[in-house]
Design a protein. Structure first.
Lengths: 308, 345
């Protein structure tokens, strides 16, 4: 497998050897201009002095990071203590995103497995059905969720008419509503990579496990899951990372009573605070955290690869 | 919601640009979403031959951020609220309208000709004005609603059924009225009391939401909701039991104004547009659409008669005074920002 890829690669290199640098130019420039330059700008802004009501003054300052990590009281002249406000907001966002990821995994894995085990000609239909809701703008879907989950909404009406509950369940404006919203927003990002992994899985391995007296649970845990793990990890990252910075679901479904990372940062640029360096600093802290999480994932993947 | 509206407004602006008759000139407007009738823009184009392009925003602060991030020089006019006019003037984002430049300047009613936020109307003309308070569903609460206690110290049956606007300025101004303190206080004890009062009140609130402030009231998700008067009138037409409150402690008054932006690429068109909006018939069309008050003389005959008797824009005699949101200095504002973050952490 690896040898095949390498020889294929060298063939390409030979054919386009002279032009390779030029051919990569468009891709590199897009990456540089649209991806790295904004991040670099944020990094620079986070170390500048804030201008009152938005904007920056081009003087070096650590004030933004100081504000993030140290609390100097309501009037800013108490001795500094550890600032828990923003760390709490970050922790809450991580927790919400984590819960949404687990929810997506629990629903997404069986879904992906089901699709991947259908006859080859009907799989595209199932994948198509998964993506249909995502043709509609995320905002509209989130507002619809809000009306579905209401105390007098269809979900509660249905549950009450079946006699399962006698009082409406209060979901809207709770953490659960946010998790449901995030789960719903990003479910396909879980289903599609797992589907891709399960589709490549050789089901003869499961049969072999069964022949060797492994029950279904052991087969799943010891044979299927290790084989499709890269897909599961990719799915988890693809759900977790955007959930971490989301602000639509927390604002609309969670009632915006508690800042999430996304809404905290938005407030610094579009809200009353107008504190651009602080918004940039909070983004940098978020970026650092996400990078650390991704690095841990990558290291574990490569470790697992070496063990096999 | 706001993004949805933004998209449709952009589509509208594009359609408009395409139908512009003869290209006599251009005008680029930076406006709130859903705040000017399309017919009126068509009329302006028909009368002057000026093509209008419009971008929209959803808060004064978002508009300011966008202009400061480099959009100044793109737009000719914007429509900031009262306090934002003084902020923008202070930031040097506004151009001065010279004496005699506006043919219809005399149409501005004397109440609004010399406002505190733009003395002498150097940079702006009145657009619409109204109030911000809250509505109560009288089907679920029969007591007196004309008190800020409904928001900050509600009776048990309303606790947990209150939506606040997700807007620092308006919530802080109402809270100041509730406590009977000035809006830009430097008195530490009062500020601590304000912080504590808001922390306590938050336990009674269901949500902070501006975009769906009307919908949550109409759908019955909440029984009390902060809202603008014109939005409130629309909410009442969909649910008759909703009643707009004029608290005895006072309420927030606001005025949106058309300002001439610095470095306007089409300054002449902008002046024509401002003159157009000072014509009683034209600004009355805005009021008939948006359900807010206007600041121009002689518009009475063009106004929908219903507007004169709207309960949302006619405060009862016993109502408290209406106050504008004040602009605090940097040090004071920092404390209020901190209180707001404390509230939402």
């Amino acid at each position: 497998m690896a040898g095949g890829a390498a020889s294929g690669g060298s063939a390409t290199t030979d054919t386009y050897k002279d032009a390779r640098g030029w051919l990569l130019m468009p891709a590199w420039s897009v990456l540089l201009v649209l991806s790295l330059a904004p991040v670099f700008m944020m990094l620079v802004y986070s170390f500048l002095t804030k201008e009152f009501r938005g904007g920056v003054i081009w003087e070096f300052s650590l004030a933004a990071y100081d504000q993030f990590f140290f609390d100097r009281g309501l009037f800013g002249d108490d001795p500094p203590v550890i600032e828990w406000t923003y760390l709490t907001i970050f922790w809450r966002s991580i927790w919400q995103a984590g819960a949404a990821t687990i929810l997506s995994l629990l629903i997404g894995f069986p879904t992906a497995y089901y699709i991947a085990t259908r006859p080859e000609n009907v799989r595209p239909v199932w994948l198509f059905l998964i993506t249909i809701p995502y043709w509609v703008n995320l905002l509209i879907r989130t507002v619809s969720m809000k009306f579905l989950l209401r105390d007098q909404g269809p979900l509660n009406d249905l549950l009450m008419s079946t006699g399962l509950i006698s009082e409406p369940i209060h979901i809207i404006n709770t953490n659960l509503a946010v998790q449901l919203g995030l789960f719903y927003s990003y479910l396909p990002f879980m289903v599609l990579p797992i589907y891709a992994a399960v589709e490549r899985y050789n089901f003869a391995l499961s049969e072999a496990a069964a022949d060797l007296y492994a029950n279904k649970w052991v087969t799943l845990r010891r044979v299927l899951l290790p084989a499709v793990k890269p897909g599961v990890v990719a799915g988890c990252i693809l759900v977790f990372v955007p959930s971490l910075g989301a602000f639509l679901a927390p604002d609309l479904l969670g009632g915006a009573k508690n800042f999430m990372i996304g809404s905290l940062i938005e407030e610094q640029f579009k809200g009353n605070a107008g504190n651009w360096p602080f918004g940039a600093a909070a983004s940098m802290v978020l970026l650092t955290m996400v990078l650390i999480i991704l690095l841990i994932c990558a290291r574990q993947q490569s470790k697992a690869g070496k063990e096999v | 919601m706001k993004h949805m509206i933004k998209a449709s407004a952009t589509a509208m602006a594009l359609a408009l640009a395409a139908t512009g008759a003869s290209a006599e000139g251009k005008l680029v407007v930076y406006h709130w979403f859903e705040y000017i009738p399309q017919d009126l823009l068509d009329k302006f184009t028909a009368e002057t031959g000026i093509e209008v392009t419009m971008d929209t925003y959803d808060s004064n602060e978002a508009m300011l951020a966008s202009l400061k991030a480099g959009a100044i020089g793109t737009y000719d006019v914007a429509v900031p609220g009262d306090y934002m006019v003084s902020i923008m003037a202070g930031e040097g984002l506004l151009d001065t309208i010279a004496d005699g430049e506006l043919a219809n300047k005399g149409n501005i009613s004397s109440d609004w000709a010399d406002p505190s936020f733009d003395p002498g109307r150097m940079h702006s003309i009145p657009y619409q004005w109204g109030s911000t308070a809250f509505m109560v569903d009288t089907a679920s609460y029969s007591g007196d609603i004309n008190s800020t206690d409904i928001l900050f110290n509600p009776p048990a049956e309303l606790s947990g059924k209150i939506n606040m606007l997700d807007s620092q300025g308006e919530v802080m101004a109402m809270a100041a009225l509730h406590l009977g303190m000035e809006q830009c206080s430097t008195d530490r004890d009062k500020l601590k009391a304000l912080n504590a009062m808001l922390q306590e009140a938050k336990g009674h609130w269901a949500s902070f939401n501006s975009d769906t402030a009307k919908e949550v009231l109409v759908s019955g998700d909440v029984s009390v909701g902060m809202i603008y008067d014109g939005f409130g009138a629309k909410a009442r037409s969909e649910k008759a039991s909703l009643k707009y409150a004029f608290p005895s402690q006072g309420y927030v008054v606001w005025m949106d104004n058309v300002v001439l932006l610095k470095d306007a690429p089409n300054r002449d068109s902008a002046i024509k547009f401002m003159d157009f909006l000072l014509e009683p018939e034209n600004i009355a069309a805005v009021s008939n659409y948006a359900r807010y008050g206007l600041g121009v003389n002689g518009a009475g005959e063009f106004l929908d008669p219903e507007l004169a008797t709207l309960p949302e824009s006619n405060p009862p005699a016993e109502a408290g005074a209406g106050v504008f949101i004040e602009v605090c200095d940097e040090a004071t504002q920092a404390v209020y920002d901190k209180i707001w973050t404390n509230l939402k952490k």
